[in-house]
Design a protein around this ligand. Structure first.
Ligand SMILES: Nc1ccn([C@@H]2O[C@H](COP(=O)(O)O)[C@@H](O)[C@H]2O)c(=O)n1
Ligand SMILES: [Zn+2]
Ligand SMILES: [Zn+2]
Length: 637
């Protein structure tokens, strides 16, 4: 990045400093109490989107993948000591969201080997693994080989270039026995995604459940104590994208007495759904903000050798439904992704050591990779924090007001610079808040990671063009993903809008010889699910969340004398070009996709315009860039 202002090595330094300073940890919010351990326990990640370095600007989610490595090993050991089973599950979307995964193509080539340091028992594929052909093949050739039988893609195939035939990227199902003898049949089912590149095939769940292999697996020749249905697939059955309802109903009809446990993702929320007396589903958020915990007891099995209610720890107590007589009981918890949480749940006494060498090595790997990728190179200094949903659409601190300005200022074809233009992007292309302070190469991926290019239809009559944005916001995206209603909500962000150091916690923690007690409840997730409002491991106060429309438009070069132009250029992303054509025709136009061409070279993408804007408009205040003191990086670094 030749034109960047300069490196911010302090970011790397900060992580090491943070690791060493107990008082820095004291500023994080602590869990409310120990986890309930059952006969079978799960740790669940989903939609990590490359955030393996953790949230450098939010201590509340400040743990990195190395910390998670240490935590998961403690938990596996604890499960062994308690004589119960613990399974680790991931439900996909590994890229598109942070520099670590996206700065070196194909996305994931650097981050996947870091991700692979967790001993997952089951994994499944996300839609972000399938948009781009090279990334899909990276998963076919590399990721699926690393994980073997554990990588489940029950309804996702890819053309094997060696044979020219469609083959499953991973396995269709996994039948396995846990350490303590539970016999499990697992599937991994992607929602009915239609935006994949043409080398892969997503089989609709309704078709998959009719396939003979699936029917045979459900009626397996060996005994099944539990079905595990994991999927990059919202667990709430009323979510229009979810196919878990269908999967549940199908399996339940064939096997009326076997418990079904689901783990989902894709909608980026914390959620827990009860399907029936012996079936529930957990979804565990996004971006390494949340680690999902689920425990259950009461699974009937001839071969189980562990304990039903492990001693010395709380046990799950809640039936799926009030009327359940199955004997099955559950607990679920959404853990904030920070070291305080991990240490709290992993270590019991003040002389326990949290970090494993393997965890520290992964942290070092992340630091090295960040350096090699130059992720802390600086584009400019953001004068304010712009959030995705904590402000009304186009309010001054709403990120789409910044996007609107940047689109108008930066997205310009020099040969048409004087022609009035609307420049439209989908609000879903913005993935995270943009935080006051240093705006780095890494932040550019965090905020706008996709590589969607700018196309246009020239000289559209103004009478049509002026209505495109409103019509789009009443339309649905053409990536075949359905959005509800006219003003759907952008994936909400649970970031503290002030990005202050998150301080305060409600309990007392002894760890590393330091006792910490605070009483202030800090902003964060406040989840309501089918078990109520007590799922968040660390109680928080609510962060405001406003609905945002699906599209936002910038404009430029309009007459300044109050007159309206006869025609304008309508500029938009290739990602939804066909939707724009349909909308224009709905307004009375007669366009086809042949009228669409590139407004700028395809190498100018949604990754490009914000860095350029920052370089042009946010460099003057770089010498005094406010870091620390409630904004930017913690600890004043
Ligand atoms: N090229 C792309 C691909 C995706 N998007 C946006 O991301 C959404 C899907 O993300 P999930 O993490 O929920 O799977 C999709 O609906 C688009 O909003 C994009 O803008 N460009
Ligand atoms: Zn996702
Ligand atoms: Zn997804």
């Amino acid at each position: 990045c030749d034109s960047c202002y300069g490196p911010v090595d302090e970011v790397i330094h900060e992580r090491l400093v943070r690791r060493m300073q107990p008082e820095a940890q004291a500023a994080t919010t602590s869990p409310k109490g120990p986890l309930e351990w059952g006969q079978l326990n799960f740790l669940h990640t989903t939609d990590t989107h490359g955030w393996l370095e953790g949230h450098l600007k939010e201590q509340n989610y400040g743990a990195d993948w190395g910390d998670f490595v240490s935590f998961s090993r403690h938990m596996v050991q604890k499960a062994g000591n308690l004589a119960v089973d613990l399974l680790l599950i991931d439900t996909g979307d590994l890229h598109d969201g942070a520099g670590l995964s996206d700065a070196a193509p194909p996305n994931g080539v650097v981050s996947n080997p870091i991700f692979d340091n967790i001993n997952y028992d089951l994994l499944t594929i996300g839609n972000h693994e399938l948009y781009v052909t090279e990334i899909a093949y990276e998963h076919f050739y590399n990721f699926s080989r690393v994980w073997g039988d554990k990588y489940l893609t029950s309804n996702v195939q890819i053309i094997n270039p060696a044979t020219g035939n469609f083959e499953y990227i991973g396995k269709q199902y996994r039948y396995f026995t846990t350490d303590h003898g539970l016999r499990i049949m697992a599937f991994g089912v992607l929602y009915n995604f239609g935006g994949n590149s043409n080398v892969s095939k997503v089989i609709k769940a309704a078709d998959m459940v009719k396939q003979q292999w699936f029917i045979d697996a459900v009626n397996y020749t060996e005994p099944i104590d539990l079905f595990l249905v994991i999927g990059h697939n919202p667990i709430r059955r009323t979510d229009s994208s979810s196919t878990f309802g269908l999967l549940h109903d199908t399996i339940r009809a064939m096997r009326p007495t076997v418990p079904i446990q689901a783990f989902g993702g894709h909608s980026h929320i914390r959620d827990f759904q009860v399907y029936d007396d012996m079936s529930t589903g957990l979804e565990s958020g996004r971006y390494c903000e949340t680690l999902g915990w689920l425990s259950m007891s009461g699974i009937q099995s001839d071969t189980y050798t562990g304990l039903m209610n492990p001693r010395g720890v709380p046990n799950p107590t809640r039936k799926a439904t009030n009327t359940s007589t199955t004997g099955l009981v559950y607990s679920r918890r959404y853990l904030d992704w920070n070291r305080l949480t991990f240490e709290y749940h992993a270590t019991n006494s003040q002389d326990s050591t949290f970090d494993y060498h393997s965890g520290l090595r992964v942290t070092t790997d992340i630091t090295d990779a960040r350096k090699a990728l130059n992720l802390s190179a600086l584009y400019g200094c953001a004068p304010a924090t712009y959030c995705q949903s904590c402000q009304p659409f186009l309010a001054s601190s709403n990120i789409f007001s910044l996007v609107q300005t940047a689109l108008g200022a930066i997205v310009v074809n020099a040969s048409r610079a004087t022609i009035p233009r609307y420049v439209i992007v989908n609000t879903g292309s913005i993935r995270f808040n943009l935080v006051k302070g240093p705006f780095t190469y890494d932040d550019s991926f965090i905020v706008s990671p996709f590589t969607d290019a700018f196309q246009y239809i020239p000289n559209v009559p103004y009478a049509l063009a002026q209505n495109v944005i409103n019509s789009l916001n009443g339309a649905t995206l053409n990536d075949k993903r359905e959005f509800p209603g006219v003003m759907p909500q952008v994936k909400y962000s649970c970031i503290d809008p002030t990005i202050s150091l998150i301080s305060g916690y409600t309990g007392e923690l002894k760890s590393h010889g330091v006792t910490r007690r605070q009483t202030i409840v800090t902003p964060g997730y406040t989840t309501t699910d089918d078990f109520g409002t007590d799922g968040d491991d660390t109680p928080h106060s609510k962060i405001p969340s406003y609905s945002q429309p699906n599209y936002v438009a910038g404009n430029a070069s309009f007459p300044t004398d109050g007159t309206t132009p006869a025609t304008v250029d309508v500029v938009f992303l290739d990602y939804f070009a066909s939707t724009v054509v349909s909308v224009l025709n709905g307004l009375g136009g007669t366009y086809t996709t042949a009228d669409v061409s590139y407004y700028l070279p395809p190498s100018f993408t949604t990754q490009t315009y914000l860095p350029l804007y920052a370089q042009q408009y946010w460099q003057a205040n770089v010498p005094n860039c406010p870091v620390g003191q409630g904004v930017g990086y913690p600890n004043g670094k």
